[in-house]
Each structure stands twice: as C-alpha cells, then as structure tokens.
Design a protein. Structure first.
Ligand code: 2AL
Length: 245
C-alpha cells in the first residue's frame, strides 16, 4: 500500500525527518510518500498559519487521489484541514493529534500533551474536546520553543522537552505523554527511555492506524457529511480549487 504523509508546513528538512520516522514504523510492503505542499507557511504555530496551510494541503490530497494513494496522514498537531481532506479522499485520512490522543487513551488513565509554543495550547485543547478525548487529557503544556527550533541541533530542544514532560508527570498526575508537534517525532524513543512511561508520537501512531484501516478495507464514508464537495466556481487565487464532480 502507499501512504502519503503530508507535512503541511513547507520546511523540507522537517518533512524528511517525518518521512523517516513514518518509514521506521511502517510494515514491509508499505510505501511512505512524505511531502510538503507547494505553498504554505514554513511552520504552523498560529491560527493564521493553520488557515494558510490548508489550501496547499488540499492540493496534495487531490494529487494523491490521482496517484492512487491508499491513505493519508496530516502531520501537524493542529490537524489542519482534516475534515476537508476527508471530503476529497476515498481512503482514510488521519491527523496526528487525533491518532496520538486516541492511542494515549488506550495505554493509560490520563495524558499530558507537551507542545511547542504556549499560543498553540488552545488548539490542542479544542481538538481534545472535539475528539471526546478531554476526559483523558490532564493538561496541555508548552516548552515555549518555536517549531523550527526543533530543526536546530543547538536549540537545546531535546532537554527542554524532556524537562517539560517530567514536570507534566509530576504536576498533572498523568501517566502518558503525547508529543504535541510532528517535529518531535524523532525524540519519542529518547523521551520514553528517560521517563519510563508511554510516550506517543502522532506520526508513528497515525501511520500505523492508517495502515490498519487500509488493511481492514475501511475507507472514508461518502454517505453524508464527508461526501465529495459539490462542484462550483472558486474565484481569484482559489480558481484552481474548483472540483469537476
Ligand atoms: C506543529 C506541527 O506539528 N507542525 C508545525 O509546523 N506546527 N504543531 C505545533 N503545535 O507546533
């Protein structure tokens, strides 16, 4: 099967890392296609970034449908454009926050999300609520690291993330950590080794869940809300987004 992992930001170094982390957990015979959109922000850490990441992301889903992709992962912790992507895709589409929170709810009694900047805490809380996961979500915490600091080996990101995860376990009473950014995917094993609790990276979680859904022949339902959008005109810079059927 072919799974397309879309990093909705345009930082290629981060996309390469995300692709490598997905390949490390994919089953033999699964091809991972990791891409960034042709247009969008370099990192996603505000509602503005998130909104502007979605058109490029949807272009990648539309291209994936022409390429015969079996399933998709949206590799940004805000799960931008998730429901719109499902409307376009025949196969399953999972967001990494959605995948990570669901798995976290199955391996502990409550989880803490450890994310990048404090300003993204609201979106993670909103998603936990939207997914019915707020019952399990003890807290959402930030390291106050910009997303692109995760790509800089001199930023001290690894140590700051480990320290925040440790505080989460001590202060929140949680027993599972969810890493709140796709750029943290390569740190998962280290953080788990140091802390001795389950640590969930959404990229690995979503990749394996999409594989399972494809193997179970479960595709996105086209019966109601997630049916293909109705054809209509889109104007200005969005002209190219018109769907034919
Ligand atoms: C993210 C993420 O996963 N990728 C990105 O650019 N921003 N999320 C976050 N909470 O910072």
């Amino acid at each position: 099967m072919r799974i397309k992992i879309i990093n909705p930001n345009t930082t290629q170094r981060m996309t390469d890392k995300i692709g490598a982390c997905a390949r490390a957990v994919a089953r033999p015979g699964t091809e991972i296609v990791a891409v960034s959109p042709a247009m969008g922000p370099a990192s996603i850490e505000s509602h503005y970034d998130e909104a502007l990441a979605v058109p490029g992301l949807l272009q990648e889903i539309a291209a994936g449908e022409r390429q015969g992709i079996d399933g998709y992962v949206i590799a940004c912790f805000g799960d931008p454009g998730l429901l719109a992507a499902r409307e376009l895709a025949a196969g399953p589409v999972l967001g990494i926050a959605e995948a990570a929170m669901h798995l976290a709810s199955m391996v502990g009694s409550s989880f803490s999300v450890v994310t990048t900047l404090g300003r993204t805490i609201g979106q993670a809380r909103h998603l936990a609520q939207a997914y019915g996961m707020d019952r399990f979500c003890a807290n959402v915490r930030a390291c106050e690291l910009p997303v692109l600091a995760l790509e800089d080996p001199r930023s001290g990101a690894r140590e700051r993330i480990v320290a925040e995860c440790r505080r989460a376990l001590e202060e929140d009473g949680s027993d599972v950590i969810v890493l709140g950014c796709a750029g943290m995917a390569d740190l998962c094993e280290h953080v788990a080794d140091v802390l001795g609790v389950p640590v969930i990276d959404g990229v690995a979680a979503a990749t394996q869940l999409v594989e399972s859904l494809v193997n179970l022949r479960l595709r996105t339902s086209k019966r109601g809300e997630l049916a293909r959008p109705l054809p209509k005109a889109y104007t200005g810079a969005l002209q190219g987004f018109a769907l034919d059927r």
